[in-house]
Design a protein around this ligand. Structure first.
Ligand code: ADP
Ligand code: MG
Length: 591
């Protein structure tokens, strides 16, 4: 596939400076092929895989052909989603950085018309928007396209999938006849060919086949997992590989919500995206994800469409995608930047046949994997822990505690036993064998470490060896059964999983105890409470400490500095049919 340096494509010094500043070393194949043709004003149909640099392929000629002296919209770029429009606008802005007098604005649903109107009114040359909002502005007369020179359709197939066909046709028929059209699509279904046939004028067809080296390096593995064991399988795979940044795809909104809550409850820093979440909230989630403020994004295909993140360590197909197209789209988000990414796909029951047909159709290179056993998860944790101890010793990153150690040695304990006891405590062990059943008044373990069994908190913060899941059942008998979907895993291949049981044996320092008016009577579990608190507040599940579930109430330890926020947020929220009225608990019980 041919690639050229940018300075051989007939570009202005302003653009060459911009691509240099952006760190692009040479033009990608699609850019090499499209840019010179598009600069002549000819219509272009471009096809290439995700991540091949299509944005610059159309944005560069558009910027070059726009006239900075004319303060009217000359370039219209249509994108399927708001998120994509914003990204294309960002990239276009960077490419136009040194072009004086060229300005662009993204317009999309969810943002106030006022603000967009003001921007349009100031006279921008480039407008990037979703078809719906562009139509709205045209109808209101706030977007005038009489001076339009270039119309660009990015991800045309996705736009049609999303039902924008009518809007697109209306836009295409109401812009000047003389306009140039640049048209990008990953696939060429009938509807797209129709559209091209009717609106493009003698276009140049440029198709870049994704050859192996062009294709993202993704190691693909599938796992046959019983539906109910999926969450358990997922967390084991995350733990064993120590993944810290990935997307987990589900097929439904409900599954996204459930999985997000369950992962939260198990101590993973997650957030979610699906069609029922408001646009502004979605933007926040995506921005946070790009900044790696949390570890795993749980999403549906539609919501994640257009979310352009590179560098994912892993993509999980928690549910099998509908077709090979979606599959490739999903896994294309990992393994960029020359590094190998992982794509893990779960199949249950009959789905194996669907996967097989996808493999044949798209010639997927996918192999079968085995879900790690609990022992392997444990071993992986131990290795990480071992490494941390070694690094700490190596770099002498600790204060000496000679006094305490001398006291223990004086009492006749062996140094190896002292170390073993400390590791036991650090790994979440109970302080003495009888303590797990000790009364609530038992002294808390000395605060030598992060709270022993605290779930994995915010992204990188928590020590990697502390990733136990919270109990999926209450600590004493009469406990509610674990929710089905929590999959406490007695399925084949996933046996031997004892939930970690946490008991309030006294409050940890820095925690406040909250009283919740739900209890065993409502069959509430610790996972329900953590899931609800984390879900509603969006705080990492790590703010929740020990939980005690009683017949009619539950006591929940939370980080003191978040206690008031949690109280405020949870008041009036429903859980297990009860409207919550949380309050601070006085020591020893509810008020
Ligand atoms: P596509 O639209 O084909 O999926 P994008 O235009 O979103 O791909 O580009 C994918 C990524 O590659 C972006 O981060 C972009 O900035 C980067 N990129 C584009 N062109 C080049 C280039 N010539 N050299 C290096 N990186 C590039
Ligand atoms: Mg793109």
């Amino acid at each position: 596939m041919e690639k050229k340096p940018f300075d051989q494509l007939g570009l202005s010094p302003d653009i060459l400076k911009a691509v240099e500043k952006m760190g692009f070393e040479e033009a990608s194949p699609i850019q090499t092929a499209v840019i010179p043709v598009a600069l002549t004003g000819k219509d272009v149909i471009g096809m290439s895989s995700t991540g091949s640099g299509k944005t610059a392929a159309f944005a560069i000629p558009a910027i070059e052909r726009a006239d900075p002296k004319t303060r009217a919209v000359q370039v219209l770029i249509l994108c399927p989603t708001r998120e994509l429009a914003v990204q294309v606008a960002e990239e276009t802005g960077k490419l136009a950085f040194f072009k004086r007098g060229i300005a662009g604005v993204p317009i999309y649903g969810g943002q106030s018309y006022e603000r967009q109107f003001r921007a349009l009114h100031q006279g921008v040359q480039i407008v990037i928007g979703t078809p719906g909002r562009v139509m709205d502005h045209m109808e209101r007369g706030t977007l005038k396209l009489d001076a339009l020179k270039i119309i660009i359709l990015d991800e045309a197939d996705r736009m049609l999938d999303m039902g924008f066909r009518e809007d697109i046709e209306k836009i295409l028929t109401s812009v000047p006849e003389t306009r140039q059209m640049l048209f990008f699509s990953a696939t060429m279904p009938r509807a797209i060919q129709d559209l091209i046939g009717r609106y493009a004028k003698d276009p140049a067809w440029i198709k870049i086949e994704s050859v192996a080296q062009n294709r993202p390096q993704v190691e693909q593995t599938y796992f046959e997992v019983d539906r109910r064991s999926k969450i358990e399988a997922l967390t084991r795979l995350i733990d064993v590989n120590d993944f810290r940044y990935g997307i987990i795809f589900c097929s439904t909104k409900i599954m996204v919500d459930e999985l997000d809550e369950h992962l939260h409850a198990r101590g993973y820093a997650t957030d979610r995206l699906h069609g029922d979440i408001s646009q502004s909230q979605r933007d926040r989630v995506m921005a946070k994800f790009r900044e790696r403020k949390f570890e795993f994004l749980v999403a549906t295909d539609v919501a994640a469409r257009g979310l352009d993140v590179d560098d994912l360590e892993v993509v999980f197909n928690f549910d099998l995608p509908n077709d090979a197209e979606d599959y490739t789209h999903r896994i294309g988000r990992t393994g960029r930047a020359g590094r190998t990414g992982q794509a893990f796909t779960f199949v249950s029951g009959q789905e194996i046949y669907k996967l097989q047909s996808m493999v044949r159709w798209a010639r997927l290179d996918i192999r079968r994997g085995r879900i790690p056993s609990l022992d392997e998860v444990e071993e992986a944790r131990t290795n990480v822990f071992f490494e941390k101890i070694r690094a700490t010793l190596e770099e002498k990153r600790f204060r000496p505690h000679d006094h305490m150690i001398d006291r223990l040695l004086d009492q006749g304990y062996a140094s190896t036993d002292i170390c073993s006891a400390l590791i036991h405590l650090l790994q979440g062990g109970a302080p003495g064998l009888s303590a797990a059943t000790a009364p609530a008044a038992a002294p808390a373990p000395a605060p030598v470490a992060p709270p022993p069994a605290a779930p994995r908190a915010g992204a990188k913060a928590a020590p990697a060896w502390v990733k136990p899941r919270l109990a999926a059942k209450a600590h004493d008998d009469g406990a509610a059964p674990a929710a089905d979907v929590a999959g406490s895993a007695s399925e084949e291949g996933l046996a031997g999983d004892e939930p970690v049981v946490r008991t309030r044996t006294g409050r940890e320092p820095g925690k406040a105890t909250l009283f919740f008016n739900v209890g065993r009577k409502e069959l509430v579990t610790p996972a329900d409470l953590v899931g609800k608190i984390a879900g509603v507040t969006r705080l990492p599940a790590g703010v929740v400490g020990a939980i005690d579930i009683h017949q009619r109430h539950a006591l929940v330890d939370v980080d003191e500095h978040e206690a008031d926020f949690i109280l405020k947020k949870l008041a009036g929220i429903r859980l297990k049919g009860v409207t919550l009225a949380p309050a601070r608990a006085t020591d020893g019980g509810p008020r």
